[in-house]
Design a protein around this ligand. Sequence first.
Ligand code: 1GP
Length: 247
Amino acid sequence: MTVWSELTRDRDNRPLHATLIDPASTPGEEARPIAEAAADAGSDLFLLGGSTDVSKSDVQECVEAIEEVAEVPVFLFPSGSDQFAPGLDGLLFTLTVNSTRPELIVEEPAKGATPVRKSGLEAVTTAYVIVEPGMTVGEVAEANLVTRDIEGCQRAARYASLADVLGLDAIYLEAGSGAPDPVPEDMIEAAAEPDVPMIVGGGIRSPEAAAEAARAGADLIVTGTLAEDGDLEELEALIERLGKVQG
Ligand code: 1GP
């Protein structure tokens, strides 16, 4: 059984949490206490990635630091196939479906597909959907942002259907790291109807915001900034709160 299928098999009963760490801005020494706090509180997955330049050695240092203190799977959330470091358990293999740069939808994934196959890493195929305001990733992808209105909810639902029909492993609704507000609940609800595991992230900084997203239908809540800003107590409270939400 893959790590992803094992993680998501009980998703109807229990929402999951992933801790996002940017190995370029958070080297191993700084990642270690975050990983320890997150794992102790019950975080289910570490995602290593960032919009800036992340090198293989940054990733490797982070993986090693996490492995020292946590027995939690570590996936790469890559921006290039030169970041596959030893020790990773898998990766998110994303198609940025609402980018206006065609190469991000097909050409870049096509370039990455052979190295991914050869790496033997578990690849979680993911429709990556960038929602307003999108922040840095929205700019880099030149995304045709999904708007926070009824039309945007309908678009999110269509992307979820697309992920379902294509047989992808996940859909990821992303408001962008540091977004002032998380992805709206009605958008999560709209995208939850096709039964595709749903990852939601961007701007989730409080236990209540995480719980609301989970109640709306998110299966995996991603938080990054909270821990990177050093608020480990709030991170622990958020993860513990999620553990009390019925999926
Ligand atoms: C993951 O980009 C997010 O989807 C992380 O967002 O840094 O706002 O938690 P934050």
